[in-house]
Design a protein around this ligand. Sequence first.
Ligand SMILES: [Zn+2]
Length: 187
Amino acid sequence: MRWICCCLHTVRVLYFYTPKIFSVTAQKDMEALDMYFMQEAIACAREGLQLRAGGPFGAVIVKQQQIIARGYNRVLIDRDPTAHAEIVAIREACHHLHDFQLHDCDLYTTCEPCPMCMGAIYWARPRRVIFACTRQDAANIAFDDAFIYEELQKPFTERNIPMISMGRDEALSLFHQWEQMEDKIRY
Ligand SMILES: [Zn+2]
């Protein structure tokens, strides 16, 4: 009877504590996996740097623990100001998935994304963004995107690049046309 009691106690202890042990283990496994994919993003950045492709930035996109896209900053070699590592990787991932959304994907990037990339990330809707360096780290090597955040807060007329609105009625008619289309795909 005492033995049964002891067993029951052990079972109860295991019942209460095992899930916690598992969750801690799972969390550590996830951190290790995240670090593995971040290392891959860093490897991309290193590759781009060696090729003098652009700034020292890299990104990978992961779905179901598989890398589906890699990218490094290609602004210089592509002469494309939008060719940031995250954008390059998002384009490749969407091409790979035949989709314009990154459902259940994680984006690993070697630096906190700039406002342009954050916009692209929100449109692509991945599950998580994992970044290494901060925007301050980037600012310290002259990749300062603080001015963009500041610009967006200003009224159109006070921005460094003037923004002028015209032709609204005609452009708006296309919006109405879109709204009335029954076979449109909302995204
Ligand atoms: Zn960017």
